[in-house]
Design a protein around this ligand. Structure first.
Ligand SMILES: NC(=O)c1ccc[n+]([C@@H]2O[C@H](COP(=O)([O-])OP(=O)(O)OC[C@H]3O[C@@H](n4cnc5c(N)ncnc54)[C@H](OP(=O)(O)O)[C@@H]3O)[C@@H](O)[C@H]2O)c1
Length: 257
């Protein structure tokens, strides 16, 4: 399968939260190129407009510039999605990932991470409940760091662990929707690390390598976004299959000093 081939998603509605950058942007682009009506969500309107105007998309891409971690955010996403029709796929790719040690993490910082990585995905799902199509999929990006917390990213991995438990819980309470956790490995060229402080990052990198927590290779956002989109697109065409979780990680050995 080349980048230009794949399932025909004409008429399918896909909501991507976190589409203004990184992996989510590449997934949104892939879905739109394959015929889906995509709602691209993020805070930066200019980045969303740039994406919507950039592609050879069959159907126009809709955008919703909103902070989903604010009280009205999830409802705004649902209102924008309502204009497109029943939602076949929610892909939650937003994430907050400050690099900060626990001893320096105050309650406000911790609450901000959990607001974006735990509260908002659940609230967006809740806001869309009445709008999901039969056999819809709700997929949420988690992290390979769950269960293996790294120095400086413990609050982040704790939030992703909570997210994974929420996904399992949503599946119990709403078995008509297919819930999926997507475990993502190290990916460069995204905004994930844009606010990492150089000083702590240097120390942390040394320790991540020493403790076998960093792969030698890192993935690119396009290959990750497209791979995730392709797997979910296949699942969309197979309503009898529940893809409850999958991992996308760089091949090869761990990094060494
Ligand atoms: N990159 C990695 O190595 C890696 C590894 C493991 C897991 N992951 C996970 O994979 C997902 C994608 O990662 P990435 O590296 O592509 O991230 P990224 O480049 O930082 O992109 C995150 C996206 O989410 C949006 N966003 C963040 N907070 C938001 C909010 N409150 N409301 C609405 N939109 C919001 C951002 O746009 P705006 O700033 O415009 O809102 C951006 O579009 C994340 O969940 C991340 O935790 C990434």
């Amino acid at each position: 399968m080349t980048a230009s081939t794949g399932p025909d998603l004409a008429g399918r509605v896909v909501v991507v939260v976190g589409a203004s950058a990184g992996i989510g942007r590449e997934s949104a682009r892939w879905f739109a190129r394959h015929g889906a009506r995509v709602l691209a969500v993020g805070r930066r309107a200019d980045r969303l407009e740039e994406l919507a105007g950039s592609g050879d998309f069959t159907a126009p891409m809709a955008v919703c510039a909103v902070d989903v971690a604010t009280p009205g955010g999830p409802a705004a996403v649902a209102a924008a999605a309502a204009a497109l029709g029943p939602v076949d796929l929610l892909l939650y790719a937003a994430g907050a990932s400050p690099l900060i040690e626990l001893a320096d993490t105050d309650a406000e910082t911790m609450a901000t991470v959990f607001a974006t990585n735990v509260v908002a995905p659940s609230q967006v799902c809740r806001a869309l409940l009445a709008q999901f199509a039969p056999d819809a999929i709700a997929a949420f990006m988690s992290s390979e760091s769950v269960g293996r917390p790294r120095r400086g990213l413990v609050t982040y991995s704790a939030s992703k662990a909570a997210l994974e438990e929420l996904v399992r819980g949503w599946r119990v309470e709403h078995p008509s929707i297919r819930f999926s956790s997507v475990c993502v490995g190290a990916t460069i060229g995204t905004d994930f690390s844009r606010e990492f402080g150089a000083e702590l990052l240097g120390d942390a990198l040394v320790e991540w390598i020493r403790t076998g927590q960093l792969s030698e290779r890192q993935m690119e956002p396009t290959e990750v976004g497209e791979t995730v989109a392709r797997i979910l697109a296949v699942a969309m065409t197979q309503p009898g299959i529940d893809v409850t979780s999958f991992a996308v990680q760089p091949p090869g050995p761990l990094a060494s000093m």
